[in-house]
Design a protein around this ligand. Structure first.
Ligand SMILES: Cc1cc2nc3c(=O)[nH]c(=O)nc-3n(C[C@H](O)[C@H](O)[C@H](O)COP(=O)(O)OP(=O)(O)OC[C@H]3O[C@@H](n4cnc5c(N)ncnc54)[C@H](O)[C@@H]3O)c2cc1C
Length: 425
């Protein structure tokens, strides 16, 4: 960063380059003079796990450690690093921290922010900010690391982190349940939460359209016929032999949930292999949807209590405004986070939906914001949502974000034009 300053270079930090929002590469429309002085700083070779402390339950890692490698190392120490999502085999910890990634276990363990105790960051002027403390309590002044978590490479380059580990569950039960209707998801969530308490570690909602994509593109065979809505839920057990009793109880519970009119069908995994097979369907959805192409994407969050209303109202508004639109919805219901993608109805040209892209974004985001939600739940803002952020953010909030950017990167050297734009870019 010192050299970048001397040579007037712009620096984009890049980890696994899995960004869904065009965050880790120059944008196609950048002017030539900016492209010529842009450096992509790849962290793949900073890939050491520096320490695992099983007493403090922490891991100290470099930015280039691939998420799945950290999860493996934690498992070898009989601990859990609970962050998990489909791109975990490529995403690096620097990118994970810079996007405040969420994933499938946020319901139980929180997102990256909740799992981070310390950071080391190289600032735009080349100074090193060493915050690699591994404390669960530290009120000695402002908590500066929070500025860099989720800052998408715009405020500093993360080089190291200290993250929390958790006791490792020894087994789990995965349920695959078809809902009687969308509203039933609320009663089902409450019933499973009451049954499992904090051992309910995931609760995913899957619409018919993305499930059919996964079946068509990847050849998955779910245990029940596709319904308009299905749920994948996971319950973790701290002891391996807890699973048998839990499976028996949960199988009985399926009958009760059917009698209550919440579900129409369901399956309970009876082994780790069956649990993996059910998760593979869920994890296969983003790739299958991407392979089919032709989706206008949204990564939104709303309070769980507004989720059903938002899905129903937004779908109706889309169908009225863009009759060829066909929502393809899946996501982390437990966290109030949906991937609300919009494709074209069968029989239309797939790519034709992009003619309505701006209108579709506006309809989806306005419904989400009206319900007290966010237009960037877990994938970040990147280059793709900066203008939408400007359109929708409270001006005071936006002004403070720009103040922070100017304070930490006054020359606009770090990932310019991403998240918030400042003068000149
Ligand atoms: C198939 C798929 C499924 C996904 N599912 C989920 C999910 O369920 N939940 C979820 O939360 N996310 C999900 N994501 C998004 C994922 O969290 C991010 O893409 C990932 O965490 C970014 O890591 P990366 O190493 O690839 O970062 P990159 O893509 O390389 O970079 C992402 C951003 O971080 C910045 N950055 C990278 N490294 C650093 C660094 N060392 N210091 C400062 N800034 C840096 C970049 O400049 C960029 O702005 C998914 C992505 C894919 C492709």
């Amino acid at each position: 960063m010192r050299i970048a300053r001397e040579e007037n270079l712009v620096v984009i930090a890049q980890g696994g380059n899995t960004s869904n929002v065009e965050g880790a590469t120059p944008s196609p429309g950048w002017p030539d003079d900016l492209n010529r002085r842009t450096v992509v700083l790849q962290t793949a070779r900073m890939n050491r796990i520096l320490a695992i402390d099983p007493v403090n339950n922490t891991a100290h890692v470099e930015a280039g450690v691939v998420l799945a490698k950290l999860a493996e190392a934690a498992k070898e120490a009989d601990r859990l690093f609970p962050l998990s999502f489909a791109a975990e085999g490529s995403a690096q910890m620097g990118g994970v921290l810079a996007t405040n990634a969420g994933g499938v276990h946020v319901l139980r363990y929180g997102n990256t922010r909740a799992l981070t105790l310390g950071l080391k960051v190289v600032l735009a002027d080349g100074r090193v900010l060493d915050l690699t403390r591994s404390l669960r309590k530290d009120n000695a002044g402002y908590d500066l690391k929070q500025l860099f978590i989720g800052s998408e490479g715009t405020l500093g380059i993360i080089t190291e982190a200290v993250v929390k580990l958790e006791p490792r569950p020894q087994s789990r039960t995965v349920l695959w349940l078809t809902l009687a209707d969308l509203k039933a998801v609320e009663g089902l969530f409450t019933a499973l939460e009451r049954e499992a308490g904090p051992t309910l570690t995931a609760f995913e909602l899957i619409g018919r359209s993305p499930l059919v994509s996964a079946i068509t593109v990847r050849g998955f065979t779910p245990p029940t016929d596709p319904a308009d809505w299905q749920v994948l839920a996971e319950i973790s057990h701290m002891r391996a032999d807890d699973a048998d009793a839990a499976n028996e109880r949960l199988t009985d519970m399926l009958g009760e949930l059917m009698d209550a009119g919440l579900i129409t069908d369901g399956a309970v995994s009876q082994s780790e292999d069956q649990a993996d097979a059910l998760w593979a369907i869920r994890e296969g959805i983003p790739g299958a949807v991407k392979r089919q192409g032709g989706n206008v994407k949204h990564d939104v969050s709303v309070p769980r209590s507004r989720m059903v209303e938002v899905i129903e109202r937004t779908t109706a508004a889309l169908r009225a405004a863009v009759p060829m639109s066909e929502p393809s919805i899946f996501g982390h219901y437990g966290d109030g986070n949906l991937h609300f993608n919009v494709g074209a109805v069968a029989g239309s040209l797939t790519k034709a939906i992009f003619a309505f892209e701006d209108e579709i974004h506006r309809i989806v985001h306005d419904h989400v914001l009206a319900a007290g939600g966010s237009i960037a739940a877990e994938h970040g803002v990147g280059a793709m949502k900066t203008l939408e952020l400007e359109r929708t953010k409270d001006p005071v909030e936006l002004d403070l974000m720009r103040t922070v950017k100017r304070a930490l990167d006054p020359e606009g050297r770090l990932n310019p034009g991403r998240v918030v734009r400042t003068e000149g870019f």
